[in-house]
Write a protein that binds this ligand. Structure first.
Ligand code: MN
Length: 419
């Protein structure tokens, strides 16, 4: 059974997204912007090819092309799609390996583009197609919008591609959902292993290292974001990333850690007691955060909104729950300690782009539900974060196999201690 699962796993990670699906995405974008000329810039080696991280493709460019080599451009126009590739450089290739050249005979087959051209001719092509079109789109403040402004001149309006593209990215395909499920499972395995190591005297980075080891060992390529392993007073720092502190008994440990596997992110948070049992006050706060999360998840379905504060908003429902339960030391409601909003979309990016005008939940969206309460003067920060898939009638909690009820967490930690 175990071997079988490993084989399924390897298959999932290898196939990624097909060239047909990338092409369908480009077609969907062209259909959404009829008659438009669309220019998208790939990441350059200079900005993303550093020794520290290695080269990785800009996510909008990857979403539309699947192309993973640097310094490429993408031009979409009515009836046309062109991938522009730079000339090969022998010197660069000594460092980063053989690249595809626009002139290679297999260039169209490898890329899935009917036309592959020399990146030195982007300006010419852009000018030519823009002269025949009413609308030119590029992502604002990107190399593409800079180029379009420079090539087409001051008088020409460049429209922002960010929101039209975000609308497509917000609805995940069946294949994307599969890949995000795989990232979620790898992340859950990491969390479970982290729990096994946790205990008084352990350093935060040891937990982060253990969690990462689990998902890197499964072929996941990156952390989806810098791991947050925050013990005791650090749990109130929302994006704590130093991970140096030694944890102690009686404290909480907040672990917000996620893998990126086959390009897709996961984002899961659990807050657990270092010594295996919540104190009464920790448990009280924990149960309020969990209650808020469960109320939001119970209400999640198409037509509801993720953000905002209205009765049609999951964030509003969670905040209302927090304000109606428990008090701080001064007897005040806890809503003022709910310091960030409820969640975000997850996909190629851990914080996937969203169009604020397109804010109603729809089937195929994947979002996090992550309420938190951070009471600085009590040194208690609790965040519980799960990933949900919006379905026709409600939602599915993708990360449900990682315990989140307090008794289930204590039981899981007891099992670990008894081994
Ligand atoms: Mn998150």
């Amino acid at each position: 059974m175990r071997l079988f699962l490993v084989l399924v796993w390897a298959g999932l990670l290898q196939a990624n997204i097909s060239l047909e699906e990338y092409k369908a995405r480009r077609e969907a974008l062209r259909k959404a912007l009829p008659g438009a000329v669309i220019l998208v810039a790939g990441a350059t080696e200079a900005e993303k090819g550093g020794l520290r991280d290695g080269f990785f493709q800009e996510s909008n460019f990857l979403y539309l092309s699947g192309w993973r080599e640097p310094n490429a451009w993408l031009l979409l126009a009515p009836g046309t799609e062109i991938l522009f590739l730079p000339k090969r450089s022998e010197v660069r290739e000594r460092y980063t390996g053989r690249k595809l050249d626009f002139g290679d005979s297999n260039a169209r087959e490898v890329t899935g583009f009917a036309e592959v051209a020399d990146a030195a001719t982007v300006d010419e092509s852009l000018k030519e197609f823009a002269a025949r079109s009413q609308h030119v789109y590029a992502i604002s403040k990107s190399a593409a919008s800079d180029k379009a402004a420079a090539v087409l001149g001051e008088g020409r309006t460049i429209q922002d591609l960010v929101n039209p593209l975000a609308r497509l990215r917000m609805i995940k395909s069946a294949r994307e959902i599969e890949l995000i499920r795989a990232s979620t499972l790898a992340t859950i395995a990491g969390h479970q292993k982290g729990w096994q190591l946790m205990g008084p005297g352990v350093r935060e980075y040891q937990i982060a290292a253990t969690m990462g080891q689990v998902y890197f060992d499964r072929g996941c390529e990156r952390h989806a974001y810098s791991p947050i392993v925050a013990s005791g007073p650090n749990s109130i720092v929302l994006h704590y990333a130093r991970n140096r502190r030694k944890m102690d008994s009686g404290e909480l440990l907040l672990m917000d850690v996620g893998a990126e596997c086959a390009d897709y992110a996961a984002d899961i948070t659990r807050t657990v007691p270092v010594s295996g049992k919540f104190t009464a006050r920790q448990r009280e706060i924990y149960d309020i955060v969990l209650g808020a999360q469960k109320a939001a998840i119970a209400a999640a379905k198409p037509g509801m909104k993720l953000l905002g504060t209205g009765t049609d908003s999951l964030n509003g429902i969670a905040l209302k729950y927090v304000n109606a339960h428990g008090k701080d030391k001064a007897g005040e409601p806890l809503g003022k300690y709910y310091l960030h909003s409820l969640g975000h979309h997850v996909g190629l990016d851990v914080h996937d782009p969203t169009d604020p005008e397109f804010d109603e939940l729809k089937p195929g969206m994947i979002v996090t539900i992550e309420p938190g309460i951070y009471v600085a003067d009590e040194g208690i920060g609790v965040r519980i974060e799960d990933m949900i898939l919006i379905t026709e009638n409600g939602c599915e909690v993708l990360s449900k196999s990682l315990p989140r009820d307090a008794p289930a967490i204590e039981k899981a930690l007891r099992r670990v201690a008894n081994r």
